[in-house]
Design a protein around this ligand. Sequence first.
Ligand code: ADP
Ligand code: ZN
Length: 730
Amino acid sequence: MGEPDFFDAGTLVGVLTTQPLDRVLDYKAPEGGCWAGAFVEVPLGPRKVIGVVWGKGRGDWDISKVRSVIRVLDVAPMREEMRSFLERASQYTLTSMPSMLRLATRAPGLSDPPSMRKVYRLGDSEPDRQTDARKRVLETLRDYGGLSFTLKELSDMAGVTSSVVKGLVKLGAVNEENAPRDVPFHRMDPDYDAKDLTEDQATAAAQLTADIRSQDYNTTLLRGVTGSGKTEVYLEAIAECLRIGRQALVLLPEIALTAEFFGRVEARFGAKPAEWHSGVTMTERRRIWKMVGQGGAQIVIGARSALFLPFQNLGLIVVDEEHDTSYKQDDGVLYNARDMAVLRASCVGASVVLASATPSLESWANADAGKYKRIELTSRYGPAVMPDMRAIDMRVEDMPSGTWISPTLRAEVTARIEKGEQSLLFINRRGYAPVTICRACGHQIACEQCDARMVEHRFLKRLLCHQCGESAPMPEACPSCGVEGKLAAVGPGVERLAEEAKEAFPEARLAVLSSDLFGSARALKEGIKTIAEGGADVIIGTQLVAKGHNFPLLTLVGVIDADLGLQGSDLRAAERTFQLIRQVAGRAGRSERKGVAMLQSHQPEHPVIRAILAGDEEAFWQAEASERRHAGVPPYGRMAGIILSSTDVAEVFDLGNALARNDQALRQIGAQVFGPAPAPIARIRGRHRVRLLVKADKAAPLQSAVAKWVGQFKLKGDIRLSVDIDPQSF
Ligand code: ADP
Ligand code: ZN
């Protein structure tokens, strides 16, 4: 590209910072020069900020006025491949470069001079005099085994002042050390404990390993029913990646980042992999960030933000449960981890494995079109077999009003309890009841900010809007007619189902799994562990239970309302229902015991329900694909969502309307704009949100047209605009 790699002292360099500025700023290279990609500290106004040397400076300045880089940081420069990944990701997601850089420099402490860093770990002696504060510090350190923390981390975690820690250092109960700067992870042994693969698995693994050896970019969709050994297969791919000296990254939906999974990887390779997610301590993150860059961390298992780690030589990215919607969440930058994994891999010549029992229609279509390779595992490993799938026709069941467990399902659960097996009752609705109605006037309690109904949460004793999060105490009287004592719950939520189950199965031990009922991820993990160890007979759960957990005693899954989600106007509703029910059903019969999944439905002849019952995924995808193709929506057309938000409703609608009227840039590429309409989440933290949807042909240059279109307007007041390429709902 003609750009130099090294800049001599005094030459002009362009530095990208994480400050919200439109462009790369010019500085003079410091004494000793600097490499392209170097992390540097530069003056910006009165402040000093961290940035990356992005390339040559523009040079249209009076050079004597240009300020100098203050210093080069003691970390490896950002590789060219990473810089080009960030640029392409920025163009794809229409996110500014400073925001992209922020994702890539999340490792905290990048800015503190390493020599200043002290860390604290458990010492050898006990203090003579214990205080509560001291005890908390020591317990925190014991909780985390041999880990060390900075003074601030440790005092924050223990809830003490830093002088308590310093006091313990004097007593020898805590050791103060220089930060471990270069502690690599233990070497992984690719042949430590390889399993004998079945024939299908071995064929699959052989294909993947050949792809990895090619060291060229490629993506494979690894599809297989739950329990078919997809994980075993991609562990073999990782082994090959290690053998050729490259690093591997495994992305999991955050909820699936369980100790069980890490244990499995350690057992396979004889050493602990690096663990990267929001729950990891700052010290550990710094270490991983550095080690990943030096090749001292060979396997990283993490949440989607791990995609932005500075790998030295990345050879494989596995995206497990690739269809999971949590891969796309708004954390400032709207991106889908699956798509970013493919982009990242294509920048370095790495392989991607997308693993799922129920792939997204996007990946299915890409495989169908030959853009991705496809591998299928059709049977479960060992004695475990796919559960039987049966429908319970709710039109003929005798259902007393206010009950949701049919007599048929109830008898099945009772039989399981007697045999000492577990049953799972699944309902995808949080709270107690979806509707609260006044029996005097018929009024339904709705959210004042949204069109949505307020959902009663008896556990929290409040009404909650699931759209905007608004909440209110449960009223005594109807807010419309004022009559007291006539408000009634209509329809089931997970809490109400639990209530019914308690009555129906009085002897059983119940466990309720819903995100509202757990204060923390840790409490949730405990709950899941208890169930896995047989501490419950009947499990009542929302979609939390659908993901990756292994409950060996579970032999019955009852889906309370299989029709839920089939009616909405959301074009992805059928896909989600299909994936969710298939996944939940897959929880049954994962060990020797055969499982059954029973779907309560008022329309068992609905095509989605029929496809689920028949286990005929191909038929489902084909039908879904032809509908989407017909509608010209993803994956057969392209879409972008533009979200405008402001505390002032009128302002956002005004701008939305102005955008809708001035759509020349879009019409030039044959794209259409819809809206403005209230966004799927219409109000967040006091900000009103409206959405415009842009629809274009598959081949249309959507991003550049959208950039030009929204670029016409300067944002006034507190209006914010964000672009969501490939929105999840449309
Ligand atoms: P998936 O990822 O498709 O859900 P897993 O890889 O988790 O499937 O396999 C399901 C279970 O079967 C796991 O406990 C796994 O260890 C076991 N298993 C799968 N294949 C083999 C094999 N070839 N040898 C021994 N155990 C296997
Ligand atoms: Zn609301």
